[in-house]
Design a protein around this ligand. Sequence first.
Ligand code: PEP
Ligand code: MG
Length: 619
Amino acid sequence: MMKAEKPEKTEAKPAPAADKRAARRVKETVIRGIAVSPGIAIGPVFDTTEPPAEAPRRTIAETAVDAEKQRLAAAVAASRKQVAKLKMRLGVLPEEAQEELEPLLDAYAMMLGDSRLIRGARKRIEANLLAAETAVADEADAIADVILSAKDDDKAGLRRRAGEVREIARRLTRNLTENPFRSFKDVPEGAILVAEELTPADAALLDPARIAGVATEEGGADGHTAIMLRALGIPAVLGAHGLTEAARRGDQMVLDGAAGTIALHPTPATLVWAKDQVGVYARERTKLAKLRRLPSITTDGEEVELLANMEIPAELPLIAQAGAQGIGLLRTEFLFMNREDLPDEDAQVAAYAPIVEAMAGDPITIRVLDWGGEKEMEALAAGVPAQTSANPALGLRGIRMLLKRPELLEAQFAAILRVAGKAPEGAVRVLLPMVTIPTEVKAAREVYDRVARRLRRRGEKLPEKLPELGAMIETPGAALAADAIALEADFFAIGTNDLAMYTLAVDRGDAEVAHLYDPLHPAVLRLMQFATEAALRLRMPVSVCGEMGGNPRLVPLLLGLGIRCLSMNASAIPRVKQAVRSLDIGDCARFARRVMEQSDPARIRELVDGFATGVTERG
Ligand code: PEP
Ligand code: MG
C-alpha cells in the first residue's frame, strides 16, 4: 500500500484535469525515505521548511512605541556585543577561516549599526505600530526581496547577501524574544513535523506528547537526529527526497516509521490500514510489556545484560518501563545543547545526580562529552575552538577536543566522581568517546586521577576505588589497536554507528550516501570481532552500544561473536529480550562463524534475515 522508490501518485478517484488543486487533494503521493523510528503517525503536515516565524506577528498600542524602540535598541546592543565577541574569538582560528569569517562579521556589525535594517525597523514600529520583532522581520524580508531582485548575474552572491540580512534579523529576534533557540511550541498538537533538516539539538526540543511524527528530506538512519527521535519514541522517516516539494502545511499525512514510507493525501484505504496499524502497535506494546520482569537469558542459560542508551533525562521513565538493567551509555551531549554558556561542575552534578539516584544502584556508564562532527553544539562555541576542519568528523571530536581543553574534561570528571561518591560502589563507570590511540586513554586517566586527588583534598567523598574508565571502540584505528587500548582501558563499548561510518567512509547522517551505510559490511563485522576478542582475551567487559545492539535481528550474530552486553534505545529492549530468550548460544556461535566467512554484505544480510525468521518461528 505504501511502497514506492520515489514520489509516486495513485489515483484514488478520477480528478478533473483542469483543477490542479482538486487533483492534489484526491491523489495519494507515496514517498520513500529511511525508516528511522518505528510507529504510525496520522496527522496534518506542519511544514517548517520556510524558517518558522520565530515570534508571532504582533502590533502595539501607540503609547508603547517608545518602549518598543528601546527594546529594539537593547536587542541591537546585545547582538552587537555577541558579534564583537565572535570576532574576538576569530584569533584562535586558522588564517583561511579568519579570512572567510572576518568580512562576514564586519557586515553583521555594520547591519547592527545605523543601517537600513535598523532604521527601517524603527520606522515600522512608529508608523505601523508593530512589535519590534515583527518590524525587524518585515524590514529584513523587504531588504532581502530588493537584493534578490537586483539585476546581477551573481545569483549566488545575491542569495548570500539576502541570507546575511535574514541571519541578522534572526539574531535580533532571538535577543528580542529572549528565546535563543529554535522553538517548536507553535507546532499544533498531533501534527507531523516536516522539515528540510532537523539537528539533534532541534530534535531534543520536540515534545513526543504533542508531535505525532517527523519527516525530513535530510538525515540518515544512525545519525544523532535519528537516535534522538528513537529515544523520544516519535515515529520518523528521514532522508525522504521530494518531501518538502510535495508536502504543504495542513496536508493529511500517514507516516510509517518502521517501513520508512510517507503517504500524502492518503486514500481512505490507506487511512483504514494506518488506523489498524496503530492498534497493532498498541497490542504489541502490551504484549512486550509482559517481558519486563522476565530475565534476559538464552535457552541454554547464558545471561545477556540489556542496558539502555540515554540521550536526555526525560527518558528515565521509559528506561524503567522497558526493564533495562542499567544505563549502558549516557550521552552527556544533552547538557551542552540549546544553551549559550557551558555547564560548570556543579551544574553537571545537578544533572547527573538525579539520574544516578533514579537508577538506584543499577549500573550507569556516563560518557564524557562527545563534541564535534555532526554533534557540534551552540553552547560550545563559547568555550571551545570552533570547528574549522573541512572534515569535522575527522577533526577535533570527542576525547581529542577534551584533551585539548582539559578544563572541560576536568569539570566533567569532577562532577561524575562526586556523583559516583554518593552511589553504591561500582555503579558508575566513565566512558571516553572517539579514542583512536592508547595514549588518549592514558592521558585521560592522568587527568582523571589528578581530579580525584584534588577532590579528595577538598574533602569530597569519592568511591574508594575510582569508577572504571572505558574506551569507546568506534573507529577502525581503535578496533585494530584494541589489544593495545585494552591495556589502558578498563572496559570497551563498541560504537557501531561511528565504526560503520569511519570504516566505510560514509557519513551516518547523510541521506545521499545512506544506501552505502551498512553495519553488516564484513569490514565492520571483522573490526567488531577483532575488538571483542581482544577484550575477551583479557576478560575485560565489552558491550555494543551502537544502534546495532538494539536490532533484534542482529542479536544472534552479536551473541555469536561473544558479546554478552547490549546497550540500546530503551524502547528496543523488550524485542531484543524476546530474541535473547529464544536463542541458543551454540547456534549463535555457529551462525556467527558462517557469517564471518562471507565477504558479500548482501549475502550476510540474507543469512541474518534467514536466521531471524528462524528465530521468530522458534519463538
Ligand atoms: C556509536 O558511535 O555507535 C555510539 C554509540 O556513539 P554515538 O552514536 O553517540 O556517536
Ligand atoms: Mg559514536
